[in-house]
Design a protein around this ligand. Structure first.
Ligand SMILES: O=C(O)[C@H](O)COP(=O)(O)O
Length: 206
């Protein structure tokens, strides 16, 4: 029995392009972002994948990415569940600020800590640990049961909500997660064992 879980970060958003902290704000995809999402779908198609259910966040960039992927697979009408638990980390007071302007104001190191540390939240926002505290229970109770009964599951979400999920899934330490960067529109294909441990991981790069 195959137990397939695919995670994909949304395609480039308008605020990715403008280098703005986004978090729970809701910009759409750029032209490049639409193309990245379609290419992700094509790569999954080339890998011979078809899904039984899809999950995405409450934010447009992830939902549009999910739909592009399903369209490429000829599965436009697949049951797709949207849930706020999969939203990007809330960037709090940084939301809408330019990342370079933030570095000029607070320093390179402080901004890196806010962006990549495990447990230091940006002002008024969520740390990766806070994000994991909502993503992981949702995965465990709602998504994982589908995977373990042999369904193929797509999750289209965000850089940090997926980093939090990957950290728990792969058992990474708070030091190891710092170096994990997720590119936009690149599917990660996991096969799980019956006991929910990871049997294999494949990153479908261009
Ligand atoms: O919310 C954002 O700004 C991005 O989606 C991810 O940002 P990061 O690269 O700073 O984690």
């Amino acid at each position: 029995m195959s137990r397939t879980l695919v995670l994909v970060r949304h395609g480039q958003s308008e605020w990715n392009l403008k280098n703005l902290f986004t978090g729970w704000r809701d910009p759409s995809l750029t032209e490049q972002g639409h193309a990245e999402a379609k290419a992700a779908g094509q790569r999954l198609k080339d890998a011979g994948l078809q899904f039984d259910i899809a999950y995405t966040s409450d934010l447009s960039r992830a939902q549009i990415t999910c739909q592009h992927i399903l369209d490429q697979l000829g599965q436009s009408d697949l049951q797709t569940i949207r849930n706020v638990a999969l939203n990007e980390r809330d960037y709090g007071d940084l939301s809408g600020l330019n990342k370079d302007d933030a570095r000029a104001k607070w320093g390179e190191e402080q901004v890196h800590i806010w962006r990549r540390s495990y447990d230091v939240p940006p002002p008024g926002g969520e740390s990766l640990r806070d994000t994991g505290a909502r993503v992981w229970p949702y995965y465990l109770h709602t998504i994982q049961p589908h995977v373990l009964r042999g369904e193929k599951v797509l999750v289209a979400a965000h850089g940090n909500s997926l980093r939090a999920l990957i950290m728990a899934l792969e058992g990474l330490t708070s030091d190891e997660i710092i170096a994990q960067e997720l590119n936009t529109g690149v599917p990660i294909v996991y096969e799980l064992n019956a006991d929910s441990t990871i049997a294999s991981k494949k990153v479908l790069t261009a």
